[in-house]
Design a protein around this ligand. Structure first.
Ligand code: COA
Length: 328
């Protein structure tokens, strides 16, 4: 009988350069007080020049592979979740494959914004269960600093760069497993959060190049409302599918976008704050990387132990949402 799919290793990588709220207030009309009060973010990381999304992802992946005991050579599948790919084509996963030397692996990207890492987890889990692959490396990696409008204070204060990764394989006797997953999409709300230019709908031309169309645009208040409802529902779905009660969950890892959103979800799920993982004060919103980084940090800080039940839940542009319940 199949024992399911387990997470054999996690890793993360954050660029060295720190951009604090005070740094931001030197070139955009904002303040540390406003950003902390409205979002909980204190600083974010910015990739170095020449450091692209694939580099961030590969560094996180190396750590996850090392912990998993699976070598790059043995990898069969690489899925990179990102909205800030190195190039429109080929996929960022192809560069990662090359950088890791994972020559046997099939590699492709998925675009599901901040929910991307959990979309990748569901997909990889199903592909391993089906017997198509025996292991998978999933990565959430973003260089959002290349796609924010640094003149728009309503968005540029929110985002940061980083990457997280996990190695999945079939579970062995006595190991944990992914208990349940949920993913969803509402394309009617696509206009709430997008990068309008740079694709086939609105190519960047000499005439519109200065309009900042290839940067993130967001209706923050609307996104906020949807985020709370969708994440609460998705978390409840996986808790129910996994046959768990709220009190069985030792840690909730929510998408790291805004502390007020996280608090609202924790209240609605009736989970005390000390069982909710938060690191957004250090990194801001790193989209598809956020949950992956948080999972790795929680794991390495000893906040997740063998046998623990954890719930991850995300929300992002699309609109998309996703959750996973895991027995560690
Ligand atoms: N610094 C100072 N003032 C700012 C500011 C900034 N960085 N950004 C906006 N403001 C101003 C606005 O211009 C507005 O001023 P006004 O009242 O004079 O018009 C005021 O602050 C309030 O703006 P508002 O947009 O109503 O703030 P808010 O409480 O909704 O907070 C967000 C804004 C973006 C922090 C909040 O809506 C949010 O977090 N939304 C969800 C975003 C998100 O998580 N997106 C990613 C999903 S994956």
């Amino acid at each position: 009988m199949s024992l399911g799919v387990t997470i054999a290793g996690t890793g993360s990588y954050l660029p060295e350069k720190i951009l604090t709220n005070d740094d931001l207030s030197k070139f955009v009309d904002t303040s540390d007080e406003w950003i902390v009060t409205r979002t909980g973010i204190k600083e974010r990381r910015i990739a170095a020049e020449g450091e692209s999304t694939s580099h961030l992802g590969s560094k996180a992946a190396e750590k996850a592979l090392e912990q998993s005991g699976i070598t790059a050579d043995e990898l069969e599948l690489i899925i990179v979740a990102t909205i800030t790919p190195d190039t429109l084509t080929p996929a960022t996963a192809c560069y990662v494959q090359q950088q890791l030397g994972a020559h046997k692996a099939v590699a492709f990207d998925i675009s599901a914004a901040c929910s991307g890492f959990l979309y990748a987890m569901k997909l990889a889990k199903r592909l391993i269960e089906s017997g198509a692959f025996s292991n998978a490396l999933i990565i959430g990696a973003e260089k959002l600093s290349a796609f924010v409008n640094w003149k728009d204070r309503t968005t540029c204060v929110l985002f940061g760069d980083g990457a997280g990764a996990a190695v999945l394989r079939a579970s062995k006797e006595g190991e944990g497993r992914i208990l349940a997953t949920d993913i969803g999409t509402d394309g009617k709300q696509a206009h709430l959060l997008n990068i309008p230019g740079g694709g086939s709908a609105c190519p960047i031309t000499i005439d519109n190049a200065d309009e900042g169309l290839a940067t993130l645009a967001m209706l923050g208040k609307e996104v906020f409302k949807h985020a709370v409802i969708r994440m609460k529902n998705s978390a409840n779905t996986v808790i129910e599918r996994a046959g768990l009660q709220t009190e069985d969950i030792s840690l909730v890892i929510p998408h790291q976008a805004n502390l007020r959103i996280i608090d609202a979800i924790a209240r609605r799920l009736d989970v005390p704050n000390d069982r909710v993982f938060v690191n957004l004060h250090k990194y801001g919103n790193t989209s598809a990387a956020a949950i992956a980084i948080a999972l790795d940090e929680a794991h390495r800080e000893g906040k997740i132990k063998r046998g623990d039940n954890i719930v991850m839940v995300a929300f992002g542009a699309g609109l998309t949402w996703a959750a996973a319940a895991i027995e560690w």
